[in-house]
Design a protein around this ligand. Structure first.
Ligand code: PLP
Ligand code: ZN
Length: 500
């Protein structure tokens, strides 16, 4: 819709004009640092940062119902910069001019209700939000659009030039970083560090295809993370892991979209998120807090974080009920099909600890829970979901497995509505589906296939059929007719088709 056609009371707000004043705020010592330099940790105490808008309270001058109208109307605008995560510009990056925003189609991913068979099996109403339908097929694009838009702004403003963007990755961060950096070349180049053999072939192909420098490192993600941290301390590179607070800011869009999708009614809503490096759950918590503080939503939804038993440091931390006694202990991860979340020492843990406290205080009750699930449960539920019309990745399966446990343990009520994050596209992790169907999981995973879920292709080549078409050698008419008939008969026989 053209600007002049918006209602008079909305038109002045359609193009964002909030004057943000963003600073990095340290979660350790509370010091605020200017965003003029790219910082990843506090120069004073070394702890992680979050970006805070010193003018945030100005947003409260607009009532919640007005904000809701602004966002709903803004969806009709065709301006590329405001079509993705920056629909919520005032909350995500108010200092970034629209001309610096990169939009590659991220955000506003579909929210798909499970069919009645699946809802009945699980025991409650629920939806998947398919973040695998982002441009690089995972939610990481939300954070990358934010981090790279900010870097692009600094470049355009001549405050940065010739950037090497670098990240460690369990596969999806690098796919996303490489994609956005490729769009911004030649000013920005990317280099990614991957744990050798611990990302899927599809994930490896993505940064290669985007032209990034790809390094495979012996060890697991946590080892790669230590290397990029060391590189970013010593050399002039831009770190694109979620340690970079700009990533968190962009990923908050996930919460805003859920609020908008459900008409801003968050009563009896349950948000289920898989946890790896804990950047995603940090963003989701912070996003809902910001919408709550500005009156855009009037209830905070319940947040459930799910981890595999093979990579469960956040679950372990919260399994101690007495918050005075809680102590964070990194774990050594074991192989997990939720491979993008196979992280033993999450960088965002201090952010989670900080935000969970704030969240529960604002909610006036315990509104966060943490659950662990087995590898078997993750695989079974992923495949069950997909057999009911979803495109859930293993982490989507992890969320569904977690929801099932949450119902059993009375953490959620059957009258609630859950929204599950399928963080990537199923196709990225099809190798795990193959292992399940072939019953070829290495023993460390502890996964055996449920026979009723296994599926194989059937090669139809009857013994008595010696002439079949091959490449460049079509059959003659008679042989071709025989071929068509024999093959169709065979298929009809297997499927037990009735003649009409
Ligand atoms: C990165 C990732 C996760 C984990 O998210 P964190 O922010 O690291 O907790 C989960 N699923 C997928 C598909 C991912 O790419
Ligand atoms: Zn500090």
């Amino acid at each position: 819709m053209k600007l002049e056609n918006f209602p008079d009371e909305i038109r002045p707000f359609i193009i964002p004009n909030h004057q943000g004043n963003l600073v990095y705020r340290c979660l350790g010592c509370g010091t605020e640092h200017s965003i003029d330099n790219l910082l990843y940790t506090c120069p004073d105490c070394g702890k992680v940062l979050l970006i805070h808008d010193l003018n945030f309270d100005l947003l409260k001058n607009i009532p919640g119902n007005k904000w809701r109208s602004i966002f709903d109307y803004r969806k009709m605008l065709k301006t590329p910069a405001l079509k993705g995560i920056y629909l919520y510009h005032e909350f995500i990056g108010p200092i970034i001019p629209l001309s610096s925003i990169i939009y590659l189609g991220e955000g506003h991913t579909p929210v798909i209700e499970a069919n009645s068979i699946l809802q009945e099996k699980v025991g409650m109403k629920f939806f998947f939000k398919n973040d695998g339908q982002n441009p690089s097929a995972s939610f990481k694009d939300r954070g990358m659009a934010s981090a790279l838009s900010y870097i692009n702004f600094l470049v355009k403003d001549n405050r940065l030039s010739d950037i090497l963007a670098i990240c460690a990755s369990t596969g999806d961060t690098s796919a996303s970083a490489a994609l956005y950096a490729a769009y911004l070349q030649p000013h920005i180049k990317s280099a990614v560090l991957l744990p050798h053999k611990k990302v899927t072939p599809q994930q490896l192909s993505q940064p290669l295809g985007s032209g990034a420098s790809v390094f495979e490192i012996p060890g697991v993600f946590d080892d790669c993370m230590k290397i990029v941290e060391s590189l970013s301390e010593k050399y002039n590179v831009a770190l694109l892991n979620s340690k970079n607070a700009w990533r968190i800011l962009g990923q908050e869009s996930y919460s805003y979209e859920i609020a908008q999708n459900f008409e801003y009614d968050m009563r009896n809503k349950i948000i289920v998120i898989p946890i790896g490096n804990a950047g995603n759950i940090t963003a989701v918590l912070n996003g809902f807090i910001k919408f709550y503080e500005t009156g855009i939503i009037d209830v905070l939804p319940k947040i459930i974080g799910v981890q595999s038993k093979h990579a469960n440091p956040v679950y372990n931390y919260y399994s101690e009920p007495d918050d005075q006694k809680r102590r964070f202990i990194p774990v050594n991860v074991k192989p997990s099909v939720a491979q993008a979340a196979m992280i033993g020492d999450p960088v965002s843990m201090p952010r989670v600890i900080h935000l969970v406290k704030t969240y529960n205080r604002l909610a006036g009750k315990e509104s966060t829970s943490f659950i662990e699930v087995t590898e078997q449960e993750i695989m079974d539920w992923q495949i069950i979901a997909n057999r009911n019309g979803h495109i859930a990745c293993t982490h989507g399966g992890e969320c569904l497995a977690g929801l099932f446990v949450a119902i059993k343990n009375n953490i959620v009520s059957k009258t609630d509505t859950a929204i599950l994050d399928s963080t990537a596209h199923a196709l990225k992790f099809s190798g795990f589906q193959d292992m399940y169907f072939d019953n070829k999981f290495p023993s460390e995973y502890d996964i055996l296939p449920d026979k009723t879920l296994v599926n194989f292709p059937v090669l139809i080549h009857p013994d008595d059929l010696d002439k079949v078409p091959t490449h460049g050698k079509p059959l003659d008419k008679i042989d071709f007719e025989i071929f068509i008939k024999r093959i169709s008969d065979e298929i009809a026989d297997i499927l037990d088709l009735k003649e009409r």
